[in-house]
Design a protein around this ligand. Structure first.
Ligand SMILES: Nc1nc2c(c(=O)[nH]1)N[C@H]1C(S)=C(S)[C@@H](COP(=O)(O)OP(=O)(O)OC[C@H]3O[C@@H](n4cnc5c(=O)[nH]c(N)nc54)[C@H](O)[C@@H]3O)O[C@H]1N2
Ligand SMILES: Nc1nc2c(c(=O)[nH]1)N[C@H]1C(S)=C(S)[C@@H](COP(=O)(O)OP(=O)(O)OC[C@H]3O[C@@H](n4cnc5c(=O)[nH]c(N)nc54)[C@H](O)[C@@H]3O)O[C@H]1N2
Ligand code: SF4
Ligand SMILES: [Mo]
Length: 726
């Protein structure tokens, strides 16, 4: 008799006819997983698998990566450029020359009439680094508008600003390997298991070998909070108060690292004086975490041989986003936890190339972490590009969140959107819609023709997606990963690099500057421009990156590989080499729940969807997990309002309203609801988005709403369907 497996039908993998596996890097989140796409005999991508010897993911992929190859031929991919002179007319198909000639001519017309800065460019964190560098050259060196920014203002701006204020430069100092060395991990406003599943898997792997405490600070009982040893369900927007209080306890109890503070920081006295006011009793009344827990956490963190902090949008997307980051950096500085294995302050980035744009796009300055405000930086880049340094503005122009109000007031008349969908992703979308209607020119450059912004556009430029072109992405741990072209671009869509180069040719100054055609040649310019700097690419090449499955910068000319950590010598990027301890007084300026709008509205993401669903909404195997706009609501709160599980409810804020399906869950407290922001005409109709004073990042996660049971469930269902878009 046969037992066990031999009596069962063996599991058979579907034969997809793969004839070749091609190496590339995932194009969704900033984890940076190496992925192999299975190509069939017709050259189509038909399967995917993780790359076993890749340091980041070691063969794993999350659900988005597994089905990512389906994007290449998904519904409504842009096939050909579209144009119309007036928004009330339908689009007509056109060829590239006409679309680009028209776009360039309109940009010139508007600039001549209203000035150079009257045309704004808003880009992304989702194109290749070579494309970012080239767009920067075009925007700063040719078109010359200072109103050039990216969607990273919605995402990483607070982390950038906080790193600069604390350390004198941007650049996350740690790496995933720190999980294997740390003795305590504290996570602020990050839902790692859903948003960075493979980084989370790395953490779980480290925990299996050696237990260390996990502390999660999040107002929701997220998946991460559920596995934490200590969960701090903080009152929204008050992390700075908690951080000040942790520092208070650490200093009061003499648990700080006086030698490190003395040798590597400035400002300790003023810092200590400020945190003196944040005793745990007073702090607990503001941040909602009891005094004993604050003391306990402070002791655990400070006494650990090595302790690390990670954070994501729960910190960055706040009116105190930049301060929150500075507070986290200071916690690590006063405990001597920067630049050592397991001791770090690591911002978990968002989009696949949110780091690449910070490094090379020139959005907030000039390439390679250079600043417009520094004369030498302006001169160096002008000399390298062969233009007059006076062409550059002497300080940064408007951030994305200030560009839209400037369209409203008529300062800006033309807008070029590259790989971003502000109609769904910006706060207060009713206002954004009106704003876009005022434009004389809107160019939408996107991989999908149905991205909501095309409704307001004059020109649509169809772009190739990640695996249809070649170049690099930088991930959360500064690892530069190679994206190889695994299939040809869909239809007549083109790589963004090609589009920028073609646009440059249509400007007189663009014909004077060198715009290399191949990504490898562009990469060479980046290598030269970064040589000898902290952000050093000079030891990298495309082939070397592929052979090592990603290399961390800095990687200097002659280096075998990259450096896992920054600031290992305790020398920071301020002129005196010291990091700054900055006092952070807390001002409570959020819209808070009150009698009329009694609930906190919190928003974020779920594992199966990416952002505005232009991509994951088209993939059945991911879309089916949450095809409908919904909210998490506490059962007790729902009962009081007579709202039942799986019925529709209406939310109302001071900006607008939205219909969602109700999911009752204890994950949210009774005074809060949580809505994934992936759906059009949903959470951002309600959000306020007050801005952080340093980073200009919106507080997406803190505003107030009221909730009503929808009287007519049929009408509500119809409204809910409308918000799904596809
Ligand atoms: N599946 C998936 N993965 C993604 C993305 C995606 O769209 N889908 N997007 C990528 C991008 S661009 C980004 S930026 C990241 C975002 O990654 P995360 O920041 O991890 O994701 P979010 O869900 O936006 O927010 C995280 C948590 O912040 C909490 N929070 C809200 N208010 C506060 C507060 O005041 N304090 C604290 N401490 N926490 C608070 C929320 O409850 C939420 O659980 O994910 C990346 N990965
Ligand atoms: N309420 C609320 N709102 C939020 C957030 C939140 O937590 N809550 N999070 C914010 C954050 S962190 C972020 S990052 C933003 C994201 O906001 P967006 O950037 O506006 O959202 P995406 O859907 O990622 O838009 C990217 C677009 O680029 C296109 N695309 C993809 N690859 C390419 C390419 O290679 N070339 C070109 N040309 N196009 C391409 C996609 O089709 C898509 O339309 O949303 C923000 N909005
Ligand atoms: S974790 Fe991020 S990079 Fe890795 S497969 Fe998933 S979406 Fe792609
Ligand atoms: Mo983001």
């Amino acid at each position: 008799m046969l037992f066990g497996r031999e009596t069962k039908n063996p599991i058979k993998m579907a034969d997809k006819g793969v004839v070749e596996w091609k190496y590339t890097t995932c194009g969704y989140c900033s984890t940076g997983c190496s992925i192999e796409v299975g190509i069939n005999a017709e050259g189509k991508g038909v399967a995917a698998r993780g790359v076993g010897d890749a340091s980041v993911n070691q063969g794993k992929l999350c659900i988005k990566g597994i089905f990512e190859y389906e994007l290449f031929n998904s519904t409504n991919r842009g096939k050909t450029p579209l144009m119309r002179e007036r928004v009330i007319d339908p689009y007509r198909e056109t060829h590239w020359d006409e679309a680009l000639d028209y776009s360039a001519a309109q940009i010139k017309r508007i600039q001549e009439k209203y000035g150079r800065d009257s045309v704004a460019i808003v880009s992304t964190g989702q194109i290749l680094t070579e494309e970012f560098y080239t767009l920067g050259k075009l925007a700063r060196g040719v078109i010359g508008s200072n109103n050039y920014d990216g969607n990273t203002t919605l995402c990483m701006a607070s982390a950038v600003s906080g790193y600069k204020r604390s350390f004198g430069s941007d650049g996350p100092p740690g790496c995933y390997d720190d999980f294997s060395h740390t003795e305590c991990l504290m996570a602020f406003g990050s839902n790692l298991p859903e948003q960075h599943p493979i980084i989370f898997w790395r953490l779980r792997q480290a925990l299996e070998k050696r237990k260390f405490p996990i502390i999660v600070v999040d107002p929701r009982v997220t998946m991460f909070a559920q596995m934490a040893d200590i969960h701090l369900p903080i009152t929204p927007g008050t992390d700075v108060v908690l951080l000040n209080s942790l520092a208070h306890v650490i200093i009061k109890e003499g648990l700080h690292d006086a030698a490190y503070i003395e040798a590597h920081t400035t400002g300790f006295e003023a810092f200590a004086q400020l945190v003196e006011q944040y005793d745990p009793v007073s702090a607990s009344r503001v941040c909602g975490i009891d005094e004993d827990t604050i003391r306990n956490v402070a002791r655990i963190y400070a006494k650990a041989g090595a302790a690390m902090s990670i954070w994501t949008m729960g910190i960055n997307q706040s009116t105190h986003g930049s301060d929150g980051v500075v507070g986290i950096n200071s916690l690590n500085l006063i405990t001597g936890n920067i630049g050592k294995p397991g001791g770090t302050s690591l911002s978990i980035t968002g989009q696949c190339n949110a780091m690449g744009t910070r490094e090379w796009s020139s959005c907030s300055g000039l390439p390679g972490y250079r600043a417009l405000e520094k004369e030498k930086d302006r001169e160096d880049i002008a000399a390298y590009w062969g233009i007059d340094p006076e062409f550059f503005p002497k300080k940064r122009g408007l951030a994305q969140t200030d560009i839209f109000p400037a369209i409203e007031t008529g300062q800006i008349k033309g807008l070029w959107l590259v790989a971003t969908n502000p109609m769904t992703s910006m706060p207060n979308s009713p206002r954004i819609k009106k704003t876009l209607e005022k434009l004389e020119l809107l160019i939408v450059q996107d991989a999908y023709a149905d991205v909501e912004t095309t409704k307001y556009g004059h020109v649509y430029l169809p772009a190739a997606l990640w695996g249809e072109k070649e170049g690099v992405f930088t991930n959360t741990e500064r690892r530069v990963n190679l994206v190889r072209k695994v299939v040809t671009p869909h239809g007549n869509s083109k790589a963004d690099l090609w589009i920028f180069n073609e646009m440059a040719k249509r400007f007189e100054q663009g014909r004077k500057i060198r715009f290399p055609e191949t990504p490898a040649e562009v990469f060479d310019e980046m290598r030269e421009l970064s040589k000898g700097r902290m952000l050093d690419y000079s030891g990298l090449s495309h082939d070397k990156i592929e052979s090592q499955r990603g290399i961390q910068w800095p990687c200097r000319d002659g280096d075998e590989t990259g450096a896992p950590r920054l600031y290992t010598d305790g020398v920071f990027q301020y002129p005196d080499g010291k990091a700054k301890l900055i006092p952070l007084p807390f001002i409570d300026n959020n819209e808070r729940p009150d009698e009329d709008y009694p609930f906190w509205l919190n928003s974020g993401r779920v594992v199966e969807h990416f952002h505005t669903r232009t991509r994951t909404g088209k993939i059945g195997n991911v879309n089916k997990f949450s095809p409908t706009p919904y909210m998490e609501m506490n059962p007790d709160a729902a009962k009081r309002l007579g709202i039942e599980h799986m019925t529709y409810a209406r939310l109302v804020s001071r900006r607008g309203d939205a219909i969602v399906l109700v999911q009752l869950t204890q994950r949210v407290p009774p005074n809060m609801v949580f809505i994934p922001f992936h759906f059009h005409e949903c959470v951002n109709r309600l959000s306020l988005g007050l801005l952080d004073p340093y980073s200009r990042q919106p507080a997406f996660k803190q505003c107030a709403v009221r909730i009503e049971a929808a009287a007519d469930q049929h009408a509500a269902a119809a409204a809910n369907v409308a918000a799904r878009t596809f």
